[in-house]
Design a protein around this ligand. Sequence first.
Ligand code: AMP
Length: 351
Amino acid sequence: MTARTIGIIGGGQLGRMLAMAAARLGIRTIILEPQADCPAAQLANDQIVAAYDDPQALDELAQRCDVVTYEFENVPVAAAERLVRSVPVFPPPKALEVSQDRLVEKRFINECGIPTAPFEAIDSQADLDAALEAFGGIGVLKTRRLGYDGKGQRMFRSPAESRDGAFAELGSVPLILEGLVAFEREISVIAARAQDGTIVCYDPAENVHRDGILHTSTVPAAINEATADQARRAARAILDRLDYVGVVGVEFFVLGDGQIVANEMAPRVHNSGHWTEAACVISQFEQHIRAVAGHGLGDPRRHSDCVMQNLIGDDIEAVPAWLNTADVLVHLYGKQESRPGRKMGHITELR
Ligand code: AMP
């Protein structure tokens, strides 16, 4: 039986776009999100206004939905586990556990046979000193949990850089030190796995970040077929190992010789897959809804080359001009207030 009502934990723009895709397939959505009138609830059938870990709210969501999914990876694992006792939760809660902690994530990715940057767990300034020594004085220090869009990170680009107090500066929380990857470009693969184990992959996108936030995704990426194939195979390996259902986004660095190194995975629809709504018949959002609702997946083929650009903060002021540009799809998230660094919308330009 396919789902008629889907619960979505998280009320941001990703939840909003999932609710839109669900509506087009005649599927109802209920959002669990503490902020009333959030971007997702504006387009969903209903919202339960409560904390993500509120037991009563979770029980109500389970009772009113045929399946529950989520739009961000920091959903408390205990909440997903509570839900799973009474309703299917896709992607599986194990995917949350893996992607919430960069150390667990890197170990998991390596277990799938996919290379990552070298890494060390850092639990003290002494650990950091020793690991930086081993990495030749250069590397990227990141919080293990709750980092996103480049937040909670410190780069050591030269051995001369002072490392004193760096552990405390990042909050004296568990950290990971990664070797600095001398990449030529960054790409990501959006892939989906259905309940019967079928997998589809979109073409890799080439991503450019500004101030740690995704700026553009361009498709096709300037990579050869062998590199694209490596990336797709890596995404498949991750999906199969987790017995996954839904869409995943996997980010990679591409080295000068075309080899790939995985950076991170997101167990959800992904910003670098927003282009699929304009350049493919079936978007990543519909693909995710199909998978979690128990439908077959759609064709991920791309009918156009394209560039997706995020509209961040004041970029929103260019919307009237974008609305007057041919072959551009404008997508705004219904956020009342623009702030520096806040994702307000995106545009996809077909080429
Ligand atoms: P992340 O939060 O892991 O996605 O990192 C944000 C950005 O920092 C990435 O998109 C890269 O541009 C850069 N970065 C992160 N980790 C590394 C690394 N190990 N080596 C080189 N650049 C990195």
